[in-house]
Design a protein around this ligand. Sequence first.
Ligand code: FES
Ligand code: FES
Length: 166
Amino acid sequence: MAKTQISLKINGKEVDALVEPRALLIHFLREDQRLTGPHIGCETSHCGACTVDLDGKSVKSCTVFAVQADGADIVTIEGIAAPDGTLHALQEGFREMHGLQCGFCTPGMITRAYRLLQENPQPTESEIRAGISGNLCRCTGYQNIVKAIQYAAAKIAGVPFQEAAE
Ligand code: FES
Ligand code: FES
């Protein structure tokens, strides 16, 4: 099948590539770019495991063709930590608050939360739950994911994190 040239930015790096018009963005990222952080859970836009940040929006990369990302600025979980390897506040929060078990949903969950905290730096618990409602987790029951995002919001704001009494 004829391939189409695309140019985009991924995790701050300029990328030029040839892609089949039918190729999904998640397959381009995982197979061509070897960015295997974004996971494939359902390929039907339900689970959110494939979430990436595309031009400042959270998108499920199984619902986007790679050719549609031509010219885009993409951030995947691989681009969330600082260049020197320092964890992002969200990554630290998920570690500290035990926001993961098997970890399958975690790259998509953190990438979604990364955008959520830019849209709303001090979300309430219900705003966090609504904000991550497109990302499914089969393990945690979500409580520790919410705490991890609250931890990150506090850290980014420079205020102490106080765990709410259950
Ligand atoms: S793999 Fe994309 S939403 Fe599930
Ligand atoms: S930690 Fe297992 S699916 Fe979320």
